[in-house]
Ligand binder design. Structure first.
Ligand code: F6P
Length: 507
């Protein structure tokens, strides 16, 4: 496998003719070929990639890149638990958490889930007294997944009210504690490393709040979710309330492990188990479906086509469902922290573009804010639309009909464009979009959507030859912040020095 061997196919992709979407649709079989319905545990989901510029010719060349990069071998190595995270010398075993992977890793995950289930059910049954709220403290991969799942799945109520706190800005924790009573609140400290400054500072302040609120043993109200159990015990959490997950589960892929504890607390164990099942169904599709029928691979090929061949620097995701409004935030970390790299896995320079900037929002709000640029700006921006057939509310069905009509109208308008003698009113059209339409939004469907994006991100990395499982680019900023906090705020550039002095810190 070598990025060099793939180069000729990338060059050929660049030289391919570029028929418009309208021309591509003159093939009567296009919709059947590129819009696939998967029957998933949470109900059918349509993955419609027909309004992208993917074509048999484009796919054939991507197939050659895939062969040169041994995409299938890399996928099998991921699932088999081989040490594909070469820079950190470990495997990336998030799929084992949902039962798909190396036997010993699946067994280890099952043992963790059994413990987690016991604890969740014991708390629901009152083992820790009355519990009305859980403040979940974590950041990045230890917070974005729980926040998304809880926001998406508990709008009609939850067994326990979960407040996810991530930012070091005290305003974030303060908002959560204002909504809780120390007598009936538990604290989940979620950190793979159990060293992250934001999380440990927030956790410390949350314990202070419990203490000041009259809780005699604040540590007795803490559950630790971590791959560093010894650090959690050292910090003061009793072993019985430490839920340790494997070091081979990456932070931004950890929602399936004990980092999902708040999700199980809010939904109940059955709901969390359904969430895992939905993800496992996508794992099996990714493993079993031929490349040509594989929706994960197709989506990644389209992503790569726009970034590598058409020079797109961003990709936008719009959730036409209020319940999925945190999905773009979640995908930003997943895609940008995984594939925002300038080196290949072997350390040599990446000579192609890395991951695009992922951004987005919620429809229809975004239509009235940023869609002008999508339709008429000079940038070509591939768009994903996500929508759900069944509404998440009991109001007049007209709300949902208008919502979905707008979603589909945007995709149609992006593609069709509009001629006009008046340039100000003309739209170029031929702008790509993909649409994911879920029958229902439930734990299994959300699990499937997240797993789909995890594997999509992996395929993009594998096709380029980069390691999506490390994130060394975040280290320097953390180190400098620590240096400043320790009082070593001298010797920086003049701008930084002046800002530190103006804020009165670091001196
Ligand atoms: O700074 C980036 C990062 O390391 C993420 O990859 C991770 O999800 C987050 O920080 C939090 O890390 P931890 O779970 O160890 O607190």
């Amino acid at each position: 496998m070598s990025a060099g061997d793939a180069q000729q196919f990338w060059t050929a992709l660049e030289k391919l003719p570029r028929p418009t979407l309208k021309t591509l649709f003159s093939d009567a079989a296009r919709l059947t070929r590129y819009s696939t319905t998967l029957d998933l545990p949470g109900g059918p989901v349509i993955f419609d990639w027909s309004k992208t510029h993917i074509s048999p010719e484009v796919e054939a060349l991507f197939g050659s890149v895939a062969a040169a990069m041994d995409l299938e071998g890399q996928r099998d190595a991921l699932i088999a638990g081989e040490k594909i995270n070469n820079t950190e010398g470990r495997a990336a075993e998030h799929t084992a958490q949902r039962g798909v992977g190396k036997d010993t890793s699946v067994e280890e995950a099952e043992a963790l889930h059994a413990r987690m289930r016991m604890l969740v059910e014991a708390i629901h049954e009152g083992a820790l007294g009355e519990v009305k709220s859980l403040i979940h403290i974590g950041i990045g991969g230890s917070a974005l997944g729980p926040a998304l799942a809880i926001d998406a799945l508990t709008r009609e109520g939850a067994k326990v009210a979960v407040h996810v706190v991530s930012n070091i800005d005290g305003c974030a924790l303060e908002a959560a504690i204002k909504a809780c009573d120390p007598e009936t609140t538990l604290i989940a400290v979620a950190s793979k490393t159990f060293t992250t400054t934001e999380t440990m500072t927030n956790a410390h302040s949350a314990l202070e709040w419990l203490r000041e609120g009259g809780v005699a043993d604040p540590y007795g109200r803490v559950i630790a979710l971590t791959a560093s159990p010894e650090k959690a015990v050292e910090w003061g959490v009793d072993e019985t309330r430490v839920l340790p997950f494997s070091e081979t589960v990456g932070g931004r892929y950890s929602l399936w492990s004990s980092i999902g504890f708040p999700v199980a607390m809010a939904l109940g164990w059955e709901g969390f188990a359904e969430f895992l099942d939905g993800a496992a169904a996508i794992d099996r599709h990714f493993i079993d479906a031929d490349l040509a029928e594989n929706i994960v691979v197709r989506a990644a090929f389209a992503d790569l086509y726009y970034t590598q061949v058409r020079g797109c620097q961003t990709r936008a995701v719009f959730a036409y469902d209020e319940r999925l409004k945190l999905l773009p935030d979640y995908l930003q970390q997943l895609e940008m922290e995984s594939n925002g790299k300038s080196v290949l896995a072997d350390g040599s320079p990446l000579t192609r573009a890395s991951a695009p900037v992922t951004w987005g929002g919620v429809g229809t709000d975004a239509q009235h804010a940023v869609f002008q640029l999508l339709h008429q700006g000079t940038h070509l921006i591939p768009v994903d639309f996500l929508a759900v057939k069944t509404p998440g509310h009991d109001l007049d069905p007209a709300h949902h009909e208008i919502l979905l009509s707008n979603c589909f109208a945007q995709g149609a308008a992006l593609m069709a464009g509009k001629a006009s003698d008046d340039g100000a009113r003309a739209y170029p059209g031929d702008r790509p979009s993909a649409t994911i339409l879920c029958d229902d939004l439930n734990p299994a469907t959300l699990g499937a959507l997240i797993a789909f994006h995890e594997h999509r991100t992996f395929v993009s990395a594998a096709m380029l030859g980069i390691n999506p499982f490390d994130q060394f680019g975040v280290e320097l900023g953390k180190a400098i912040a620590k240096q400043i906090e320790a009082g070593g705020g001298a010797g920086f550039d003049p701008s930084t020095e002046a800002l530190l002095s103006a804020a009165g810190i670091g001196g």
